[in-house]
Design a protein around this ligand. Structure first.
Ligand code: SF4
Length: 154
């Protein structure tokens, strides 16, 4: 591999910038994500930084099931993120639809539309688990083993 590309790849793993997206969560997971980024849990020791634009982010952190109204936004934001990128699904909702499954306004799991690299279990998961999921995703990026769009279930 080109040494410059290799350096970029390692840097991404050491300092992942994340973009958080709620696709229809009850906000329980979002509160835990916000808590995980406070000084109490010291996400910056992992180099994690919350980014306001998907165009500058390495990792997409998704909470909630995909709804009829948020599917297009999810796809749009995923497309805006530069490659390589990884996706972390926080909580049971983006993994399965959870308590919202079967609702006429819900599509369900996120991996029907975009590939998910790390699932963080829980309803909601604790901040430590969320940080661990982000760290795993950073490791996947550093190793160049992230999934691509072809690996979404569709
Ligand atoms: S996993 Fe639980 S806490 Fe998180 S959005 Fe779904 S219902 Fe809410």
């Amino acid at each position: 591999m080109n040494p410059f590309k290799k350096l970029m790849q390692i840097s991404r793993g050491k300092s992942p910038w994340i973009y958080c997206l709620n696709t229809g969560a009850c906000n329980g997971c979002d509160i835990e994500i916000a808590a995980s980024l406070t000084p109490r849990y010291d996400a910056e020791q992992l180099g994690v930084r919350r980014e306001g634009s998907p165009k500058h982010a390495d990792i997409l952190v998704v909470s909630g099931p995909v709804t009829l109204r948020t599917r297009d936004a999810l796809l749009n934001i995923y497309e805006q993120m530069p490659n390589p990128k990884a996706v972390v699904a926080v909580g049971s909702c983006p993994a399965s639809g959870n308590v919202f499954a079967g609702s006429p306004t819900i599509f369900g799991a996120v991996d029907q539309f975009i590939p998910v690299d790390v699932y963080v279990a829980g309803c909601p998961p604790r901040p430590q688990a969320i940080l661990q999921g982000i760290a795993e995703a950073a490791g996947i990026l550093a190793a160049g083993k992230q999934k691509n769009l072809m690996e979404a279930k569709k």
